[in-house]
Design a protein around this ligand. Structure first.
Ligand SMILES: *Cc1c(COP(=O)(O)O)cnc(C)c1O
Length: 412
């Protein structure tokens, strides 16, 4: 069966034919047979250079041998016990030691779960009901963060999904990214706000990069108003380097959420932070949080192998940096703007790089779609949206980068 037929069938069985909306590429997505290194092979035949990399987790590339070995050797001993395993505190220590903002953590099974629990414990700690997020910032698919962009700081949040209660999102305020004045104005006027959650680098409409003093300013303002600062590093954790954005920018949040890369390609999430906050989590404290698959042995084993590999090969981050810079050199400034940081990059069909959600929305998505199709025909799989970040991995070699670069040049 071909991908087109398979999708027709899938649409009768699953909403939109998919298990997560971004995969529903029109007219049909390709179905994957296998993947290795930088390459993904479709059931229709072609092998493509992958710049989607499962939307972020695979910084070592597909089917990395050391991660594979870790998974296989764990599997032989069984893969779920409902008890702690020795690897749990070992891996927790590694992650905590890497992140200045983490003194304790808890493992969960997805990034969404991590942000949901981080917000809950922030409310438990501060006793304040409201939170602030950044417009266009993405923190997963739970109710409290599904707020329509555009419902700004002065109005109460409006649900961004049917089925989400207006009552729930009325506790979620929003500010534009890179706007310290808006944040200060909001926090100064509201004693009901307990936490500010943000992606330090916007990864779900971008990358959209922070202005030079933005994150330091955010830290200063939140501290001055006794508001907890939550860095959602589900993408940036181990993507921008060991220790993520908090290490790169030298800003210490009160709480941190991780996911994606720390599972080595298997489902995972984690949230952590200051000890006095984390000790409120059950059973140590009154904030309830639990999960059957939390800290599951396979995800921990794969994650530990991946993060250990990164520790053993710190030079990889410079190579990834050089690679995306090289891809950017193949893009025309006339067509739009190329933005990159570490192994994240994107070409925006907008004259200047966007600084926030409103500016990102000005991109010409029609032109993006034509460009995306042309890239696919050239054998390169990009995430199918102007607003999803492209990723490369340690498995992309010089030849891959040269191919991506010349495809950009030609397709733009
Ligand atoms: C992917 C992502 C999430 C959600 O993680 P899931 O594992 O998909 O639930 C949360 N925050 C950010 C910044 C993300 O990129």
């Amino acid at each position: 069966m071909k991908s087109s037929d398979m999708f027709e069938d899938a649409k009768t069985l699953m909403p939109g034919g998919v298990s997560s909306p971004v995969r529903a590429i029109r007219p049909f997505p390709f179905y994957t047979q296998s993947a290795r290194g930088s390459r993904i092979t479709t059931i229709d035949g072609p092998t493509l250079i992958d710049c989607c990399m499962a939307y972020g987790p695979l910084i070592l590339g597909h089917a990395h041998p050391e991660v594979m070995e870790a998974i296989l050797s764990r599997v032989r001993d069984g893969w779920l016990y409902g008890t702690p395993i020795p690897l749990e505190p070992q891996y927790a220590r590694l992650l905590i030691d890497d992140h200045p903002g983490m003194e304790m953590l808890r493992f969960v099974s997805s990034g969404s779960e991590a942000t949901m629990a981080a917000i809950r414990v922030a409310r438990g700690f501060t006793g304040r009901p409201d939170i602030v997020k950044v417009e266009g910032g993405f923190h997963g698919a739970h109710d409290g963060v599904l707020v329509q962009a555009g419902s700004g700081a002065t109005t109460l949040g409006i649900p961004d999904s049917a089925g989400v209660l207006a009552d729930v999102v009325s506790h979620t305020r929003q500010v534009p990214y890179n706007d310290l004045e808006a944040l200060e104005g909001l926090l100064a006027g509201n004693k009901t706000i307990g936490a500010f959650i943000l992606e330090p680098v916007l990864g779900n409409i971008g990358p959209v990069l922070p202005d030079r003093d933005y994150l330091a300013g955010v830290r200063e303002i939140t501290r001055a108003h006794d508001v907890l600062l939550i860095f959602d590093e589900v993408i940036t954790g181990y993507r921008l380097g060991i220790g993520g954005a908090q290490n790169l920018y030298g800003v210490k949040p009160d709480l941190t959420t991780l996911g994606k890369i720390i599972g080595g390609g298997l489902p995972i999430g984690a949230f952590g932070g200051r000890r006095e906050i984390m000790e409120l989590i059950a059973p140590a404290g009154p904030v309830y949080q639990a999960g059957t698959f939390s800290g599951n042995p396979l995800s921990l084993s794969a994650g530990m192998a991946a993060i250990t590999w990164l520790h053993d090969h710190p030079e990889i981050y410079q190579r990834l940096e050089d690679s995306t810079r090289s891809i950017g050199e193949g893009t025309s400034r006339k067509a739009g703007s190329f933005v990159r940081i570490g192994s994240m990059f994107k070409f925006f069909f907008r004259e200047a790089p966007p600084r926030n959600y409103r500016e990102a929305k000005e991109c010409d998505t029609g032109r993006f779609t034509s460009f995306w199709s042309a890239m696919l025909k050239s054998g390169i799989f990009l995430p199918p949206s102007q607003f999803e970040t492209n990723f490369i991995s340690a498995a992309h070699d010089e030849q891959d980068i040269a191919t991506i670069r010349s495809a950009y040049q030609a397709c733009l």
